[in-house]
Design a protein. Structure first.
Length: 241
């Protein structure tokens, strides 16, 4: 199994880190940002309030967002300061990679900050959170082109467009992490028509990928890996979100 993971919004909590900087820089708190979003269009508020960090960022003006990124780029080794989106998930990826002999790649479009290179900051962050020898690919190119060039079996991302690129430009199975329960069913319905699986958390994606990889020998021999992934990501009967 050859799998790639996007970093920010999938493994690393970039929104949370940016929200902390925004509070220091502009005094914008998560609660105030959510209230501001709720005062506007209800549907838009539901999308923008996908986590307090996202709500803070959505409340900033373009000029404030520019200043925010200037502050982050000026912070030494900024990318090493982020928390995990799901505590313990990087260590779990390492264990599954070891137990099931996965080849794992981490892909990111992070801009540089003062200090170490973006690649090295990302590697150090992954090692600190439990992945021993992380292979990190920094790029501004299409996730689909990367998946095709590296003959990946699956790619996990939090951006729909990246997953669309993977679905249309490669043979890899695209998995979208969508954490907002208010819009989950709508996003899943649209994404499934494009051949994209949608999960609420990386942990769920890992459960299902591992299930496909551990399929009985007879089932594995009778179907391709992609077919097993498709079956693993079908919603079990009776599941309600």
């Amino acid at each position: 199994m050859r799998i790639s993971f996007d970093m920010d919004g999938v493994l690393a909590d970039m929104d949370g880190a940016l929200a902390r900087v925004a509070e220091q820089e502009f005094g914008v708190t998560p609660k105030a940002a959510v209230r501001e979003a709720a005062a506007g269009d209800a549907d838009q508020a539901a999308d923008e309030a996908d986590g307090n960090g996202a709500a803070v960022l959505a409340s900033l003006s373009p000029r404030q967002q520019s200043r925010l990124w200037q502050r982050c780029r000026g912070t030494r080794n900024f990318w090493e300061t982020l928390d995990e989106c799901e505590p313990g998930v990087v260590r779990r990826v390492q264990k599954l990679a070891h137990d099931l002999q996965w080849d794992v790649l981490f892909v990111t479009q992070r801009p540089p900050s003062v200090g170490r290179t973006t690649q090295l900051q990302t590697q150090r962050w992954l090692r600190r959170h439990g992945f021993e020898y992380p292979a990190v690919y920094t790029t501004v190119g299409s996730r689909g082109a990367i998946a095709a060039a590296l003959t990946l079996d699956a790619h996990i991302d939090d951006r729909l467009q990246h997953c669309v690129d993977v679905a249309t430009e490669s043979k890899a199975w695209p998995i979208l992490v969508w954490r907002d329960p208010g819009s989950f069913d709508r996003i899943r319905a649209g994404a499934s028509n494009l051949g994209i699986a949608v999960v609420a958390a990386v942990a769920e994606a890992l459960d299902r990928i591992a299930a496909a990889d551990r399929a009985p020998a007879a089932q594995a021999d009778a179907s391709s890996l992609l077919d097993r992934l498709r079956r693993a990501f079908k919603e079990p009967p009776g599941v309600k979100r």
